[in-house]
Design a protein around this ligand. Sequence first.
Ligand SMILES: [Zn+2]
Length: 47
Amino acid sequence: MMEYKCLNCGKNVQLDLKSAKRVICQFCGHRMLIKIRPKIAKRVVAK
Ligand SMILES: [Zn+2]
């Protein structure tokens, strides 16, 4: 389970990439999410 933050609505989104093939916000459907890690945050763009 990975945790992301939506760039659109700002909510935290938890995704299991094994079951969810697309990284997409569960609240607003936005596709640009930031991967949340303790110290490093990388931008993830799902196409
Ligand atoms: Zn969102």
